[in-house]
Design a protein around this ligand. Structure first.
Ligand code: AMP
Ligand code: MG
Length: 265
């Protein structure tokens, strides 16, 4: 079982990565691993908060019905809600469009001590924007460099960045969209506009491949997560977050005074 971490300037072909992959893991075993990971993540989040030196930014990108919401719901189910912020990026407002494309992204970046999750992100500005020609190429092309510079600024300021692409097949997307049509309690999730995006599937794959090649850096890498099986996706992402947090070697701060000399009356 291993995640696919993209190296700087590495060109990946998404068609060659199997979204059905389960790394030889069984669903039952995966559920046990996830339960432990959720507990471990809660412990790590508490030290992150107490120490207050690092921030963790998790970026989630995927096609529609790719599992971004479900990932957040299950992986973060054990952590203290006070220590986590989730930001969902929608089509920009008129005010946001009147600024540079990173203006709306900078503020929700988590401060030190916090975990921040981006459900979609600044990468939409080189994905949907590019695929649907929302701005000319002369505008979106320089954005890869702007993104790399922006992320480097964050890294230099104590933010650890993990970027996950949830890789589902076009067939799996069809199944998931169909279940949104079939189940009344899922109707609210069905957006007819998603069908237009689905028709542009191949253009999106190309735009994603360019993102991975240009914006996977040593300090802010992209990970490709085989995501047809939700339980495998959850294990891979939780493990990657845990390993990353463990590598920060965080510690609870020293107490302010000699606590063993304090007597409560
Ligand atoms: P959802 O994630 O289903 O709530 O949908 C959010 C929608 O907002 C998606 O269709 C995205 O493509 C769109 N969106 C997010 N960011 C941007 C952006 N920067 N420019 C245009 N559309 C965007
Ligand atoms: Mg949607």
């Amino acid at each position: 079982m291993s995640v696919i971490k993209i190296k700087s300037n590495q060109r990946v072909k998404l068609a060659e990565i199997d979204p059905e992959d389960t790394g030889g893991l069984e669903k039952q075993a995966a559920k046990g691993i996830l339960a432990k990971n959720i507990e471990r993540l809660a412990e790590l989040q508490e030290v992150l908060y107490a120490e207050g030196k690092h921030a963790l930014l998790v970026v989630l990108q995927a096609m529609d019905a790719g599992g971004k919401d479900g990932t957040i719901r299950s992986i973060m189910s054990g952590v203290n809600p006070q220590g986590v912020s989730v930001t969902s990026f929608k089509a920009p407002t008129a005010e946001e469009l009147a600024h540079d494309f990173l203006w709306r992204v900078h503020k929700p970046v988590p401060p030190r001590g916090m975990i921040g999750i981006f459900n979609r992100s600044h990468y939409e500005d080189v994905l949907v924007v590019r695929v649907k020609n929302l701005v000319p190429k002369a505008i979106w092309q320089p954005r890869y460099d702007h993104i790399n510079n922006f992320e480097q600024l964050l890294v230099d300021s104590g933010v650890t960045i993990l970027k996950f692409y949830l890789h589902i097949s076009k067939e799996e997307q069809k199944k998931r969209l169909q279940s949104r049509l079939d189940q009344p309690e899922k109707h609210w999730k069905f957006n007819p506009a998603d069908l237009g995006e689905r028709e542009r599937w191949d253009d999106y794959m190309q735009a994603f491949e360019d993102v991975f090649e240009k914006c996977s850096t040593k300090t802010a890498p992209w990970y490709i997560i085989p995501a047809n099986k939700k339980w495998y996706r959850n294990v891979l992402i939780s493990e990657t977050i845990i390993k990353t947090l463990e590598s920060l070697d965080m510690k609870f701060p020293e107490p302010a005074a000699d606590l063993d000399k304090i007597v409560l009356k």
